[in-house]
Write a protein that binds this ligand. Structure first.
Ligand SMILES: [Zn+2]
Length: 266
C-alpha cells in the first residue's frame, strides 16, 4: 500500500499580488511533493488563497475595485504563479469558494457547537486592522501598534470564542510526545513555554457590521466567522470535508507540462 503524503503551503492572502517569497515557498513544497511521488507515495499537494477579512476590503477600496473583483484578480495571479513555476499542486483552494470551502466551515462550526467548544462573550479590547487581531497595551508604542504604526480601534463587542484554553494540556502532551512535531527545536520550545502559561480562548467571530466580507455564522447573519474558523479550514475543505461525495477535480494536468518561467507577474 502506498503511503499517503499530504502537503500544503500556507494559503496566500490576496490583499496584493505574489512576490518572490511566495514563489520560494511553492517551489520548496513542490520539491517535497515530487520527491514523494517519485517514492511511489500517494501524494496530495495543496495550495490556494485566503480571501476574506477587513484588510482585503480596505485594499479593494484603495484600488477602487469591488471586493469580489479584487480577490478574483489577485487569486488569479497566484494561480498563474503556480503555472509559470510548473508547480505540481493537485488542487488550488479559494476561501471564497461557496461550493467547496463554505460547506466545510459550516460543518465544523456545527460540530464545535455540539461539543460545547464555542461560546459567546462580550469582549473589550484594542483591535489592529494590520494584525487582523486584538492586540494588547504592551504591543503599543506612542499609542500605535509597533508593527503596523497605526492606532488600534477600541472595540467593545459580543463575539464567539473557541475554548482553546480547554486544550492546553492535550496540546502540550502531543507536542512533548512528538505526535505534533514542531521544527526547529527552538520553535517547539517557544510554543511549550506559551503552553506553560496556558492558552487563551480565541475569538472566532466578528460583528458583520465590521466584517462583512466573510462567511456568516450559521443561522446568525449579524456575525461573520473570523479568520481562525474560516481560512484554516481550507486544509480540510480541499480534501472533501463538508462536501462528502463531491469529487474534487484535480487542477493538475496528467500529461507532461511545459516548463516555462516568466518574471512578468512579480
Ligand atoms: Zn498591528
Amino acid at each position: 500500500m502506498p503511503k499517503k503524503f499530504y502537503i500544503t503551503t500556507a494559503i496566500d492572502y490576496v490583499n496584493g499580488p505574489p512576490h518572490i517569497g511566495h514563489a520560494f515557498e511553492k517551489v520548496q513544497a513542490d520539491v517535497l511533493a515530487r520527491y514523494n511521488r517519485a517514492l511511489g507515495n500517494d501524494v496530495f499537494f495543496l495550495t490556494g488563497t485566503d480571501e476574506h477579512g477587513a484588510k482585503i476590503v480596505r485594499s479593494a477600496e484603495r484600488a477602487g475595485v469591488p471586493v469580489k473583483e479584487f480577490v478574483d484578480l489577485n487569486s488569479k495571479k497566484f494561480q498563474e504563479l503556480t503555472r509559470v513555476l510548473n508547480i505540481s499542486n493537485d488542487y488550488f483552494v479559494r476561501t471564497s469558494d461557496r461550493e467547496i470551502h463554505w460547506p466545510a466551515i459550516e460543518k465544523m462550526w456545527r460540530e464545535l457547537e455540539k461539543s460545547g467548544d464555542i461560546y459567546k462573550k462580550i469582549y473589550k479590547g484594542l483591535y489592529c486592522v494590520g494584525h487582523e487581531a486584538f492586540i494588547t497595551e504592551k504591543d503599543l508604542v506612542d499609542n500605535k501598534c509597533d508593527i503596523h504604526k497605526t492606532q488600534p480601534e477600541i472595540v467593545d463587542e459580543e463575539n464567539y470564542f473557541f475554548r482553546l484554553s480547554k486544550y492546553t494540556e492535550k496540546i502540550k502532551q502531543k507536542i512533548k510526545s512528538g505526535e505534533f512535531k514542531i521544527v526547529p527545536e527552538s520553535a517547539k520550545n517557544e510554543i511549550l513555554k506559551l503552553a506553560e502559561k496556558g492558552f487563551e480562548d480565541v475569538s472566532f467571530s466578528r460583528p458583520s457590521k465590521d466584517l462583512s466580507w466573510g462567511v456568516p455564522v450559521p443561522g446568525e447573519s449579524s456575525s461573520t466567522i473570523y479568520v481562525w474558523g474560516d481560512a484554516l479550514v481550507n486544509y480540510l475543505s480541499a480534501i472533501g470535508y463538508g462536501s462528502e461525495g463531491f469529487k474534487l477535480q484535480a487542477s493538475r494536468s496528467t500529461g507532461p507540462r511545459m516548463f516555462r518561467l516568466s518574471a512578468k507577474i512579480f
